[in-house]
Design a protein around this ligand. Sequence first.
Ligand code: FAD
Length: 415
Amino acid sequence: MDGVINADRTRTVVVVGAGPVGCLAAISLAKMGWNVDIYEARPDLRLPSSKAAAQQRSINLAISSRGIAALQAVDAAATSRFLQTVIPMRGRMIHDILGNQHSQQYDKDGQCINSIDRALLNEGLLEEASAVPNIRLFFKHKVLSIDFDDRTMIIRDINSETDVRAAFHLCIGADGSYSIIRRQLMRVVRMDFQQEYIPHEYIELKMPAGHDEHGQPGFLLDPNHLHIWPRHSFMLIALPNKDKSFTCTLFAPTIEFDRLISPEAILSWFRSCFPDALALIGEEKLLNDFAKNPRSPLISIKVKPYHYKDRCVILGDAAHSMVPFYGQGLNCGLEDVRVLRALLLQEGVAPNSLSPDLGEKELTDTRLSNALTKYTETRHEDLVAICELAMDNYVEMRYSVTRPLYLLKKALDNV
Ligand code: FAD
């Protein structure tokens, strides 16, 4: 193994994962004065060769005031730029089996959620991080293991196929649902861990743009709604994109998907369950997407604690994967960064506040350790609650929204 790659950098925070949460965490800590190194297993998302692979994951997502507040707390200027690219969704549009559409506004005062391009948000945050002088980005560097007591980690440089050792003062694990940092933490803390795969999966389908009366690209459905085709045990949803297309996601039990084994089976199922959506997507495109796009599982993960002493904390999906039905997974991950930042500031933690003896690896900085302890203590209840709300909202979206009592209550709420 080669030498320690950042032994000369004192007060270094290592962020593992350059997803949206890792990038925001890096920017936040760098602005507080830390040297930050980000290690990301994948190639740089901004390279043209990476774009197709990146789009395997959901193409757009809903960002709410929770996520926007977090972005603003760290980088207000970048947030304004991101907000110019969103499409506000002011309510749900329920599509019944006969093709009728029923609008349910989210809020009578106009509050809304916003459809944002996932790749654009991640690329924008990478751009912001790249522009900060005390952040270094290492792509195709996969973290393999950590020695928390030695404050070092082993990283595989995928280009050269060599392993390197990197030193850190604080490690932020923002490495997603299958987090290696979480697994490494489990070896040193008494972590409660709960993981659940729900018996449903999802696949993404694209509804192309249509044409307006001037022959220009136009939306085939109202762009200011999140569209839902609730069908009790399964559902289709659609979120608008800037290019006037919609990204549709079909959520259904695995046994339902397993029946869709031939083009005829897929088309006949869509004709009976989603005839209006099928007309808009087009039969050929639907079959093409079914053949090309992966069927992906849905996982929910809860853990406690999120930290170890003064040297590691996990954020985002690494700490709390949730099913996507409340549209809050990323919003909560960004909020993690805002909450952590507030606690670090509250405890007066800054690189120059650390004890000069901290080079001694076994020493623990009390302020940093207090901030991380408070993070676990104050954050856990909220995160468990939102994971559970996300699970409950699946029933609401695929079933309850169609029930007469629900519709009556919604109508009265809007009076
Ligand atoms: P990720 O985006 O998973 O990033 C983790 C990064 O870590 C990756 O780049 C990965 O390559 C890297 N990494 C992993 N292991 C290593 C390693 N060993 N070494 C180095 N790097 C590593 N959320 C919302 O708020 N609103 C929505 O509308 C919404 N819709 C969704 C729809 C679907 C279908 C799904 C599945 C999720 C949705 N989510 C939504 C949730 C959202 O996608 C996640 O919460 C969010 O992407 C988590 O971001 P993250 O940065 O924590 O993790």
